[in-house]
Design a protein around this ligand. Structure first.
Ligand code: ATP
Ligand code: MG
Length: 379
């Protein structure tokens, strides 16, 4: 089983001209859990992930995978499986053909292609052209690509986009399973609800800054929630709560016990032999907490290294903070070339080195031979 590795971001900053897309981003992502990377549109998620994957050069700071920069990895595809939101596939090629090209380039046995397609539920359509794939099918194909090298680290940018409810449920279970195997799973989303079910740990980014790192539970401070509890014998319940010194408000629907979770309240009732008719957690919905965080209304960093709060009305782009702003075309052309090559590997393949041509030739024969109708999938 491949080992997960720690991902580490240290003071990562990326400026695009006057725009600070990511600012002094410091965070650590552990193996064995699903880490959700949350933030609203434009918060800097994709940019941060691109820096981790060596697709964009950070203005300052460093991002490492098991202590190494992406470019230093001896076998990148076997170490990190990455699917970025911009990833696209050549419409004229079959799903299997795509994966074979990548497998060939990375020295991965071809048998992995069918395995990976099977794992993501695309076994039956591997021979179909990607141009005819739905968005959800493309997402699954992107995931199959990340799994090709059986990597210990998975970095997925908004993988749930375009998936139907069944697909989202499948994705959640799948990510959990990968993490349970000891892999590192970092998955971005702009919607808390989407990854709330699967993520154990959260990084929240807003305007390029880390505004929260911790567990989902830690997102809601304990003094902000209550437990609604009721019993046919409410008087007995009140007596039991009074005896434990718990404060509560009497509501029509029950007693709202401040700062206690349902497990604690339930245990008190059980110990007093009281049958309950209601036991519910109440408090700010996580979504509200998340919105408050990203809007700077709430600041909540459990560790002392918390970055300063963002002023609610601050402009999205703190230009004043970047006196040494490089010229607007700071994004070097070589970065862009690299980005195209890795984000859209088929484009690189289209440049056709000798081995590409050979591989293409081999794959097209292979594909044709597998299809009973012999209909070519190549342009
Ligand atoms: N190549 C680029 N040139 C200039 N600005 C860029 C570039 N890439 C990103 N940005 C800017 O950086 C900021 C962060 O963008 P990024 O794509 O990282 O956000 P995101 O969190 O992934 O958003 P979304 O949820 O919409 O995918 C945005 O203001 C964006 O306009
Ligand atoms: Mg993005």
């Amino acid at each position: 089983m491949p080992e997960g590795r720690v991902l580490e971001f240290t003071g990562v900053t990326k400026r695009f001209g006057p725009v600070t897309a990511v600012g002094a981003f410091t965070a650590r992502v552990e193996p064995g859990v699903v880490t959700g990377f949350l933030g609203p549109n434009g918060a800097g998620k994709t940019t941060t992930l691109r820096i981790l994957l060596g697709l964009v050069r950070a203005t300052s700071g460093v991002a490492t995978i098991g202590g190494q920069r992406y470019a230093e990895l001896a076998q990148p595809l076997q170490t990190v499986g990455a699917a970025l939101e911009a990833s696209s596939f050549h419409p004229g090629r079959t799903a299997a053909n795509h994966l074979k090209v990548y497998a060939q380039a990375a020295g991965i046995p071809h048998a992995r292609v069918d395995e990976a397609l099977g794992v993501v539920g695309l076994a039956d359509v591997g021979g179909r052209k990607v141009g005819g794939f739905s968005l959800g099918m493309r997402q699954r194909l992107g995931l199959a690509y990340t799994l090709l090298g059986d990597p210990g680290v998975l970095v997925l940018d908004e993988p749930a986009n375009g998936l139907d409810p069944e697909g989202i449920k499948w994705m959640r279970g799948f990510l959990r399973e990968l993490a349970a195997q000891g892999r590192t799973v970092l998955v971005s989303s702009h919607m808390l609800a989407e990854i709330q079910q699967s993520a154990d740990s959260l990084l929240v980014i807003a305007r390029g800054r880390l505004v929260f790192q911790g567990s989902l539970e830690a997102l809601t401070p304990p003094d902000e929630f209550a437990t609604l509890v009721d019993a046919p014998d409410r008087a007995a319940l009140r007596t039991a709560l009074d005896a434990r010194g718990l404060g509560y408000d009497v509501m029509r629907s029950g007693l709202s016990v401040r700062g206690a979770d349902p497990a604690a309240v339930g245990a008190i009732a059980a110990a007093a032999g009281i049958a309950l008719s209601t036991l519910q957690r109440r408090g700010p919905a996580l979504e509200e907490v998340f919105l408050d965080l990203v809007n700077g209304i709430r600041t909540h960093m459990p560790d002392a290294a918390a970055p300063p709060a963002i002023a609610p009305a601050a402009p999205a782009l703190p230009a004043a903070e970047a006196p040494d702003v490089p010229p607007a075309e700071e994004e070097a052309p070589d970065d862009l070339d690299e980005a195209i090559a890795v984000d859209r590997p088929w484009e690189a393949a289209e440049e056709k080195t000798e081995s590409d041509v050979e591989a293409d030739h081999f794959f097209s024969r292979y594909d044709d031979a597998r299809r009973p109708d012999g209909e070519g999938d190549r342009r």
